[in-house]
Design a protein. Structure first.
Length: 115
């Protein structure tokens, strides 16, 4: 795991094996999905909707090696049911998730431009 970069390029390379076009396509699909899911996230979502959105973004993030974003989404998945201060906790984690989405999507864009 790389704590230095928003996207773990060693992890991603296992899937693309030097194919820059494939890497760019994967990163583009991820970026589109991350933006879509970001738009779906809402602290007032039902527990099922919240968990499903967090879970989908977690899977997409971990698929490209965006570990920090995936970890935030895993934490968000637990904010369902009878959680004390659930609204405030969801708001706080959602701010972190949105910041991380911006960081990862920007990094994906830089990687695609550099190819």
């Amino acid at each position: 795991m790389s704590a230095q970069r928003p996207i773990d390029l060693v992890h991603l390379e296992k899937y693309v094996v030097g194919d820059d076009a494939l890497r760019n396509e994967i990163l583009s699909i991820f970026s589109d999905q991350a933006r879509l899911l970001n738009g779906q996230f809402d602290i007032a979502q039902t527990d099922e909707g919240w968990r499903n959105t967090a879970h989908a973004l977690k899977g997409a993030s971990r698929g490209v090696g965006a570990w920090a974003l995936g970890d935030l989404c895993e934490e968000a998945e637990s904010l369902i049911g009878q959680v004390s201060g659930k609204g405030e906790k969801r708001a706080a984690i959602l701010t972190l998730i949105r910041d991380q989405i911006s960081t990862v999507v920007a990094e994906a864009g830089r990687l695609c431009e550099a190819a």
